[in-house]
Design a protein around this ligand. Sequence first.
Ligand code: AHG
Ligand code: MN
Ligand code: MN
Length: 320
Amino acid sequence: MKSLDQVLSASGAPADLQKLILALAQTCAEISAKVRLGALAGVLGEAGSDNVQGEHQKKLDLIANDLLVNHLSSAKVALALGSEEMDHAVVVPGGAPYLVAFDPLDGSSNIDVNVSIGTIFSVLPAPAGKTPGDEDFLQPGERQVAAGYAVYGPSTELVFSLGRGVQAFTLDNQGRWLMTVEKMTIAPAAKEFAINASNSRFWYAPVQRYISELQAGKTGPRGKDFNMRWVASMVADVHRILCRGGVFLYPADQRDPAKPGKLRLLYEANPMSFLVEQAGGVSTNGHERILSLQPTKLHERVAVFLGAKEEIDLVTGYHR
Ligand code: AHG
Ligand code: MN
Ligand code: MN
């Protein structure tokens, strides 16, 4: 089996980008070690604070954030770091010319119940000749030079793309990442969908229509049955789609019409959309391709429809 180092050196990626991916991978291995020990490492439960978006922070949200900030800044692999758990980007003087945006711990509601969680990252080019600030992160997702996630599940896997397909690595007991899938792909047709159905009464008409057609199965207009899964960790739901297909939806809804969705564009939707497109799938906000959107703020939210091409084309078409 090929190691992460071997795959990176053969990738043709710039040396500083390889170093950045290795630093992210090492940090995720450390987060994984804490996640594995759970209560024994004292990492479960509430931190007692809120982030800039008013969400309660868990201890592990902050531990994972600190590990990422400390490692990436001491290794000087990026010029600035943006995180779900930090109001503003942190500058790394003398860092390599990349900006990294991350969701240090995705699926916070699953931490204390021992269900899969993860870390999501997005790598953008840094602007030349200036000290970067929050505004420099506001680049469309199609400019990402790398994106990926680690999933802390029954095994720990690292999935990423440098823009030439999607590979998966599994962490062994010696802390080595070994390539276990050379090319992840998403079939155009799907049999599974993921959505938080408890919000159904708030959905807009196009989503109501699409989901009710899936639920009608063989007896409805689609003429086939669909299965439903919702882990409530985007990392785990998207990982399942990269492994065996399907679609994931987190639409905007009428609970708060001013809110364009729950998930964050820069460190959830963009990196996952990059992976999904690299695997042959499609990702939209119901209207437009997510990777083409011009972000307007660091913690911007967006509606997400991603996965199998035929399904995402259909539900996006329902919005026209
Ligand atoms: P985070 O833990 O980083 O705040 O993200 C949670 C997100 C995402 O991972 C997941 O798909 C979604 O929130 C779950 O939302 P519901 O609570 O509506 O199930
Ligand atoms: Mn998240
Ligand atoms: Mn998070």
